[in-house]
Design a protein around this ligand. Structure first.
Ligand code: AAT
Length: 289
């Protein structure tokens, strides 16, 4: 049975355009201390999680986002043993990071325990990433957490919601956050952060890139396609403390056999390189940032 359509309306981040998903059933709806949490069963995209009316993931295409935000930084590091995830309470990034053979420890810090619990209940294909014994899940603000950690992590992945007005993710898009990321990394460490789409938010992309570039000797921006995110595309900023890092050329290349074994559906070394090929208008905007 079809219940109606969910439309992702956000006049601040993607004015004048909205993606809609046909919904069969509302599985869960609540207001947590931080945000509105909604889980629906869609007609064609499996189950979907929305926070404050913004699509966070659908079962159909979440692998593109979760594999890319994980493997672009992990495969650019020669030995990513200790990984921090900020946000990512659904478990998708934790699931991917845990598959990397060099990773020994994963810490995940999400501000909202209700996102974690709701995803455990309704999105087990993602939240299985949180059940891994070497994933340590902490409920707290990522900004605050980083304030108390230095020279600890090889890779830090910020899988954060969008910076809309006064929201819990607001601080994760500021210059001060990038300084904290830098000091929480071990020498040679690498970061990747959700950075929005150039089609709808070129200014936001440039601001986030600027923060990254101001702090890291190597900084860049990469994109992937996620059909149920605004404009069908999302980008990440990547920063490295290792001056030799060339993000567009992975230092770790998995064979097809490895990728099958790890159940990767989107990422391979060719997709990795292609993620850094940017349209001219984006390249020009970033060069001016
Ligand atoms: N894996 C794709 C889903 C997300 S969810 C982003 C997570 O960031 C949410 O669980 C939210 O609770 C958490 N979060 C927000 N602010 C903070 C904070 N300050 N500290 C820690 N966790 C935080 C990303 C979706 C991207 C959507 C693109 N349009």
């Amino acid at each position: 049975m079809k219940l109606g359509w969910f439309s992702e309306l956000n006049s601040e981040l993607w004015p004048g355009v909205a993606l809609s998903l046909e919904v069969e059933e509302v599985l869960h709806s609540e207001r947590s201390s931080y945000q509105d949490i909604l889980v629906v069963k869609t007609f064609k995209h499996g189950k979907a999680l929305m926070l404050d009316g913004v699509i966070q993931c659908t079962e159909k295409d979440e692998m593109s986002y979760h594999e890319m935000i994980s493997y672009l930084p992990l495969c650019s590091h020669s030995k990513p043993q200790n990984v921090l995830i900020v946000g990512g309470g659904d478990g998708g990034v934790a699931r991917e990071v845990s598959k990397h053979p060099d990773v020994e420890r994963v810490t995940l810090v999400d501000i909202d325990d209700r996102v974690i619990e709701v995803c455990k209940q309704y999105l087990p294909r993602l939240s299985l990433g949180l059940n891994n014994p070497y994933v340590n899940v902490i409920v707290g603000d990522g900004f605050e957490f980083l304030n108390h950690h230095s020279r600890e992590f090889d890779v830090i992945i910020t899988d954060s919601s969008d910076p809309v007005g006064k929201c819990p993710a607001e601080n994760l898009f500021k210059h001060a956050y990038y300084q904290l990321l830098k000091s929480a990394l071990k020498p040679g460490g690498i970061i990747a952060s959700q950075a929005g789409t150039a089609w709808a938010n070129l200014d936001q992309v440039c601001n986030t890139f600027q923060h990254c570039k101001a702090v890291f000797p190597v900084a860049t921006y990469a994109v992937t396609s996620v059909p149920t995110y605004p404009t069908g595309q999302i980008g990440f900023v990547l920063g490295s403390l290792n001056e030799q890092t060339n993000f567009a050329e992975p230092v770790k290349i998995f064979s097809d056999k490895d990728l099958d074994h790890m159940s990767l559906m989107y990422y391979n070394d060719k997709v990795h390189r292609a993620a850094f090929a940017l349209p001219r208008f984006v390249e020009k905007a970033l060069n001016g940032a």
